[in-house]
Design a binder for this molecule. Structure first.
Ligand SMILES: *[C@@H]1O[C@H](CO)[C@@H](O)[C@H](O)[C@H]1NC(C)=O
Ligand SMILES: *[C@@H]1O[C@H](CO)[C@@H](O)[C@H](O)[C@H]1NC(C)=O
Ligand SMILES: *[C@@H]1O[C@H](CO)[C@@H](O)[C@H](O)[C@H]1NC(C)=O
Length: 394
């Protein structure tokens, strides 16, 4: 009896603690701020108003976008800084963009989140649809907006978010310190133009993990000014693989270091592990690891392209030694099939690539009668361990 009472007391205590933690968060349901959730009326203003409530709270507060409703959002800017260090967005419903002909936002981005520190976005059950098919055909060459742009949101967490059919890149990460993305599901057709999964620039300490990213362009593009970027346990499908760069365009000085891609699977991508730099630039791409990679029908499984953007040899600038330096790159544990014969392409600048390690690489041509091979240009310095195909050119 004594024990039973103790047990009941403990259970009571636990449930009280849990419900307390729940009730501490003040929710701002967009429906209470005039949202329609009918998929046809523009709910941008209602969401922005609810956000002002969230952002003005002293204690933990969260924007609630409820389930079983569709919210048409024409353009949205959620800005901080917020009073509370504990800000949330709970996305249970579906957010949809207008078609291109009804676009009222700018051509850079659709939904922007700026200067909000400590934000957690939980997309459990919800989704964001960019209505990109209305852009891809008609506006193939023009600027198409990114769907979700984060700028200067330090300590960001985004989990369980589904996105599809962005006009341009799906998620853009810019000027950030500290971000964790997990269970992100991106789904756009392989022939949709410039629909990067993630586009990261000028940011550090960013991790993307346990996600499936089907895109038409880079699965992840890591641009200048980035350090400590981790991509772990991802599936990249269609599109152009996980790319560093392009760096050094128009003679610019750009740097990327400490990029670690681990336990990722590439399916039908035009590249696996890619580093691309323009001739004439300066800076570096260094301390980069691609490890534990599974390839399925991937062209250019491993590629360093220091001639990016050059169409004919006479476009190479006169001072050929000007190049973004590529060094300390480790490729280890690759396994699978290559859809192109040139499975390993180390197309280094005249000044060479240094400290390149290749080990435990096994890639065979998808068509068993064809042979995969490795290619090198200029000096490729480093350590070559076990590789199929053989890298005898380094
Ligand atoms: C690069 O320079 C060319 C002309 O020099 C200019 O037209 C182009 O917009 C520049 N591109 C970028 C990305 O700055
Ligand atoms: C990657 O996979 C290997 C083999 O399954 C495992 O031992 C390792 O812990 C994994 N690493 C990460 C960071 O997921
Ligand atoms: C190559 O690696 C060695 C040993 O880790 C290091 O001392 C050297 O500075 C590196 N060189 C370059 C160009 O990265």
């Amino acid at each position: 009896m004594q024990r039973l009472i103790t047990c009941i007391l403990i259970l009571g205590f636990i449930s009280a603690t849990f419900s307390n933690a729940e009730t501490q968060v003040k929710y701002f349901n967009v429906m209470d701020f005039g949202a329609h959730g009918d998929g046809t009326s523009d709910d941008s203003n209602a969401i922005a108003k609810a956000w002002q409530g969230v952002c003005g709270e002293e204690g933990p507060a969260s924007l609630l976008i409820p389930s079983r409703k569709i919210f048409l959002v024409k353009r949205l800017k959620l800005s901080g800084p917020c009073k509370t260090p504990n800000v949330g967005i709970k996305l249970k419903g579906k957010i949809v963009a207008p078609s291109m002909s009804k676009w009222v936002g700018d051509s850079f981005s659709w939904i922007q989140i700026l200067y909000v520190n400590g934000l957690t976005i939980d997309g459990d059950g919800g989704s964001i649809d960019g209505h990109g098919s209305t852009w891809w055909e008609k506006c193939r060459k023009c600027r198409r907006p990114k769907s979700l742009r984060f700028h200067a949101c330090n300590g960001l967490t985004v989990k369980s978010l589904s996105m599809r059919n962005s006009p341009g890149a799906h998620i853009s990460v810019n000027g950030m310190d500290g971000a964790l993305f997990s269970q992100i599901n991106i789904n756009s057709p392989p022939d949709s133009p410039n629909t990067d999964g993630f586009d990261i620039a000028a940011s550090k300490n960013v991790a993307i993990q346990d996600s499936t990213l089907a895109t038409g362009d880079d699965c992840i593009a890591i641009n200048g000014g980035c350090s400590n970027i981790k991509a772990t346990r991802l599936v990249c499908q269609g599109g152009h693989g996980i790319s560093i760069g392009s760096l050094g365009r128009n003679k610019s000085h750009e740097t990327v270091e400490e990029v670690h891609v681990r336990n990722c699977t590439f399916i039908g991508t035009t590249n696996g592990a890619r580093i691309k730099t323009w001739p004439g630039g300066s800076g570096y791409a260094r301390k980069i690891t691609y490890e534990g990679i599974i390839l399925k029908d991937v062209k250019n499984s491993i590629i360093i392209d220091q001639y990016y953007g050059i169409k004919t040899p006479n476009e190479v600038p006169n001072k050929v030694e000007d190049a973004v330096k590529v060094s300390e790159v480790i490729y280890r544990g690759f396994k699978g099939t290559s859809a192109s014969a040139k499975a390993i392409n180390l197309n280094c600048s005249p000044s060479g690539c240094f400290n390149i390690t290749l080990d435990q690489i096994y890639t065979v041509h998808s068509k068993s009668i064809k042979k995969a091979y490795a290619f090198c240009k200029n000096i490729v310095n480093g350590r070559i361990g076990y590789t199929v195909p053989k890298v005898s050119c380094a």
